[in-house]
Design a protein. Structure first.
Lengths: 114, 111
């Protein structure tokens, strides 16, 4: 069966510090991968998606970047965090590109920037 | 732009009652999906209903889709305290773009 891992679960970082959040998927190959951000009490905002190694599409301009160094690894990064980067970050995967199939979500990383 | 909007924003019911949540969207869709999120956790997929379908069932869940009104409803029958969560609809167009989640409905089921 397929599983998706995210770490860390929680993170508190000072403004201006770098960020690296990691997501890995097991039990499938060639997954479509996604990074979402969720503000408190709100819906999800799609940040990045990837259909293959080295292929990254950005949905919104921001202080973040994403990379996919391996087939089942997706990394969310920032060189200098802003207060507005605080939120709940969710990684997800799907067998086919959106919207044609369901997505499977990881447990999320709660990021607080102070 | 494509946008799923759930209604109501919050719903509080007694255990055993039915809960109905609605989702409206603006443009043509390929499918509409409902997800559930327990507090502080990831989302779990509940049901996907395609644009040519009108109703789907999964256990105590019933989803309807009215493409003429650009709306969908999620019915949870005989609710339980464990159903307490936020419920989101998500839509995507036929071009594989504009996959958008609504702001969600927060459901509280009181024992």
């Amino acid at each position: 069966s397929q599983t998706i891992h995210q770490w860390p679960a929680t993170l508190v970082q000072p403004v201006g510090s770098p960020l690296s959040l990691e997501c890995t998927v097991e039990g499938t190959s060639n997954p479509n991968l996604y990074w979402y951000r969720q503000a408190a009490g709100r819906g999800l905002q799609l940040l990045f998606y990837s259909v293959g190694i080295g292929q990254i599409s950005s949905e919104v301009p921001q202080n973040l970047s994403a990379s996919r160094p391996q087939d089942r690894q997706f990394i969310l990064s920032s060189k200098k965090l802003l207060l507005s980067d605080s939120g709940f970050y969710l990684c997800a995967w799907s067998k086919t590109p959106l919207p044609y199939n369901e997505q499977f979500f990881g447990p999320g990383t709660r990021l607080t920037v102070l | 732009s494509q946008q799923g909007e759930e209604d109501p924003q919050a719903l509080s019911i007694q255990e055993g009652e039915n809960a109905t949540m609605n989702c409206s969207y603006k443009t043509s869709i390929n499918n509409l999906q409902w997800y559930r999120q327990n507090s502080g956790r990831g989302l779990v997929h509940l049901i996907l209903i395609r644009s040519n379908e009108r109703e789907k069932h999964s256990g105590r869940l019933r989803v309807t889709l009215d493409t003429s009104k650009k709306s969908s409803s999620l019915l949870i029958t005989a609710s339980r305290a464990a159903d307490t969560a936020s419920y989101f609809c998500a839509t995507g167009d036929n071009y594989g773009q504009n996959f958008v989640f609504g702001p969600g409905t927060r459901l509280s089921v009181l024992p």
